[in-house]
Design a protein. Structure first.
Length: 172
C-alpha cells in the first residue's frame, strides 16, 4: 500500500472487535516503533505493549474523558521516554507513535491516540503519574500517550480530498 493510500485510510478508531492482535502483527508494530527517527539518534523511548485486560481497564481511567475506550481495545501501547539529555523526547515519541499508527493501518488495524502528557485526572492529579505508576514505568521517565489498537468494529470513512483544509497550504 502506498504511503498516501495509508494516510487516506488512517482514521481514529474507538470501537474494536474482541479479537486479539496476533503476535506476528505485534512484531511488525514493534519494528515500526523502533525504526522511527529521533533527534541525534538518541532513541529515548520505551514502548509498553499492554494486552492484560485489568491493566487496560486501569489505563481507561487515566483522564475523565476520551480514554474509556482503552478498556475494550485488545491492545494498548504506552509510549514513554527518558527526558534525561534529550530535549526532543516529545517530538521523538510523536514520530514513533504515528509510525505505529501507520503500521497498524497497514496491518488492517484501527488505532486511536490518547494524550497523557500534560493531562489531568478527574481529581486533578497528573495523568502521566497515574499511567507511570500503573504500568511500572521508572521514575524519571515521561509518558506521552497511550495508543489503542485492534480490529475496527466499524469501517472508518475516509475524508474526501475536497474537505481537506487546502487554504492552510501556502506557496511562496
Amino acid at each position: 500500500m502506498s504511503l498516501l493510500t495509508l494516510l487516506r485510510k488512517r482514521r481514529s478508531v474507538r470501537r474494536f472487535l474482541n479479537n486479539p492482535v496476533p503476535q506476528r502483527t505485534q512484531a511488525r508494530l514493534k519494528e515500526a516503533c523502533l525504526r522511527a527517527p529521533s533527534g541525534n539518534d538518541i532513541q529515548p523511548w520505551t514502548f509498553y505493549f499492554v494486552e492484560n485486560p485489568t491493566l487496560r481497564a486501569t489505563l481507561s481511567k487515566l483522564k475523565p474523558q476520551h480514554a474509556g475506550f482503552l478498556r475494550q481495545a485488545p491492545l494498548c501501547v504506552v509510549i514513554s521516554a527518558s527526558d534525561k539529555g534529550c530535549d526532543t523526547w516529545i517530538e521523538d515519541c510523536s514520530i514513533a507513535t504515528i509510525l505505529l499508527q501507520m503500521a497498524a493501518t497497514d496491518a488492517g488495524l484501527g488505532s486511536c491516540w490518547v494524550q497523557v502528557h500534560k493531562r489531568r485526572r478527574a481529581d486533578g492529579s497528573s495523568s502521566e503519574e497515574y499511567v507511570r505508576e500503573a504500568v511500572g514505568i521508572p521514575v524519571g521517565h515521561r509518558v506521552l500517550c497511550v495508543v489503542a489498537l485492534g480490529y475496527p468494529a466499524l469501517e472508518p470513512k475516509t475524508i474526501p480530498a475536497e474537505k481537506l483544509l487546502w487554504d492552510r497550504i501556502w506557496r511562496m
